[in-house]
Design a protein around this ligand. Structure first.
Ligand code: GUN
Ligand code: ZN
Length: 440
């Protein structure tokens, strides 16, 4: 891990922006630099003699006039769904049954899982994402393959073996006991290794029996610091089915409440069709609502109500949800998020968007001291953005005068082409991606 000084225009958030012009929410250095060594940021600020003294022998990598930011964070994504993206279905349940539950069965094959895991990390890096909260499949070998590849690449990743013991094809079912045992073994093998964390991952209430949810609760007691990730209130058909399966519980979030699965490390995907009581419950437990705009639009699930969540003081994150989602890019994701909120009359400023894909998502994962920031001591996971990398964007840049305008252009038109480089633990990772694609 070689010492480097990355020179360029540096942007890092220090808090959630309160409005479009809140320049107290970030630090910005026009001729800035980030000094990195041993996989960590050791200094950030103006590119001057004092900063250079932090690492006197370091190579200076000149990224001017590009924008240097913390690597993007994706808080909900399914790596086994790379080959599900773009599947034509009328709604969530048809999409799951027709495509997703068929595709995921292929991950019983460890070699297939390894191939897709490698392609998956290539894609994240290509799009500037350096940390993700990831669903594997029900097969423990899918999680093994994922963690082995993430560890090899020195990435900070959170992932779990999906637990599901009903309402899916035979080849995709575990049992309460095997789901418990496999998750426990993964915890003991991988949690805390390198920069990896294992998440307790019941797919959603529809595919877990009460017995399985009880065993998830046992896991949550055994590993009280563990992440818990699942889905809730994504589509109306799903909610009606949840009501049939748990008729004695007050609502869908109430199922997870009943089994002790809510808390500050709980990530609930979607949260679109919410009851007031459910919002209250999420606030009281500190659970995180994960907004997945490209997925919600593509599957036709509904429009996330960010303002209602904010009014209820619920913590909010944002994510791609590949393969219901349609892009690996957090820029594309926030662009669609912007449009969802426009339709709701809830405009979101570019400062808020870029906060969300960096420090905001880091806070949602309780990792704000390690990622989502370029302050000294943070992991050196960094993205370098070039708003002039696409010809029509370069033309538009002739009329861009402010940082907010540049960010908004990057969000509205940007994708992997504007990601000039992605650093993982201080090492350039995008430059080294194989041109030989798709993977053999
Ligand atoms: N609900 C349960 N499983 C899934 C999934 O794989 N994708 C989405 N979008 N919703 C789900
Ligand atoms: Zn999902």
């Amino acid at each position: 891990m070689s010492a480097k000084i990355l020179r360029g225009r540096v942007l890092t958030f220090v808090d959630e922006p309160q409005g479009a012009d809140d320049n107290s929410a970030y630090r910005y250095f026009e001729d800035g630099a980030v000094a990195v060594d041993g996989g960590k940021v050791v200094a950030v600020g103006e590119f001057n003699e004092a900063l250079k003294l932090a690492l006197p022998k370091a190579e200076v990598v000149d990224h001017r006039p590009k924008l240097i930011m913390p690597g993007f964070i994706d808080t909900h994504i399914h790596y086994p769904q790379m080959q599900v993206v773009g599947s034509y279905a009328k709604d969530l349940l048809e999409w799951l049954n027709t495509y997703t539950f068929v595709e995921e069965q292929r991950f019983a094959d460890a070699a297939h899982a390894a191939r897709i895991a490698s392609a998956f990390f290539d894609e994240l890096i290509r799009y500037g994402t350096t940390t993700a909260a990831v669903y594997c499949t029900v097969h423990p070998q899918s999680a093994e393959a994922f963690f082995a590849e993430a560890d090899k690449r020195n990435l900070r990743m959170i992932a779990g073996k999906v637990m599901m013991d009903r309402n899916a094809p035979e080849g995709l079912l575990d049992t309460p006991q095997s789901g418990y045992d496999d998750t426990r073994r993964l915890m003991e093998t991988w949690n805390g290794v390198g920069r990896l964390n294992v998440a307790i991952t019941p797919r959603f209430a529809l595919t877990s029996t009460p017995e399985q949810l009880e065993m998830c609760q046992d896991l949550a007691r055994l590993f009280p610091d563990a992440y818990i990730q699942t889905h809730v209130n994504e589509s109306l058909g799903e909610i009606a089915f949840a009501k049939e399966l748990f008729p004695n519980l007050p609502d869908y979030v109430g199922v997870y409440e009943h089994y002790g699965l809510l808390g500050p490390k709980t990530l609930l995907g979607h949260c679109i069709h919410m009851q007031d009581r459910e919002i209250e419950l999420m606030y009281e437990t500190g659970s995180v609502a994960v907004f997945c705009p490209t997925s919600n639009l593509f599957i036709g699930s509904g429009l996330f109500d960010r303002q209602r969540m904010k009014d209820g003081n619920v913590r909010i994150a944002v994510a791609t949800d590949i393969g219901g989602g349609t892009s690996y890019s957090m820029l594309r994701t926030l662009d669609e998020g912007y449009k969802v909120l426009q339709l709701r009359g809830q405009r979101m400023s570019p400062l808020e968007s870029f906060y969300m894909m960096t420090l905001g998502n880091a806070r949602a994962l309780s990792l704000e001291h390690s990622i989502g920031t370029l302050e000294a001591g943070a992991d050196a996971d960094i993205v370098v953005l070039d708003a002039r990398a696409v010809p029509h964007m370069a033309l538009k840049m002739e009329h861009v005068d402010t940082l907010g305008e540049e960010l908004f252009l990057l969000q509205t038109c940007g994708d992997d082409r504007v990601v000039a480089e992605t650093y993982v633990a201080g090492e350039a990772a995008k430059a080294g991606l194989s041109a030989d694609y798709p993977h053999p």
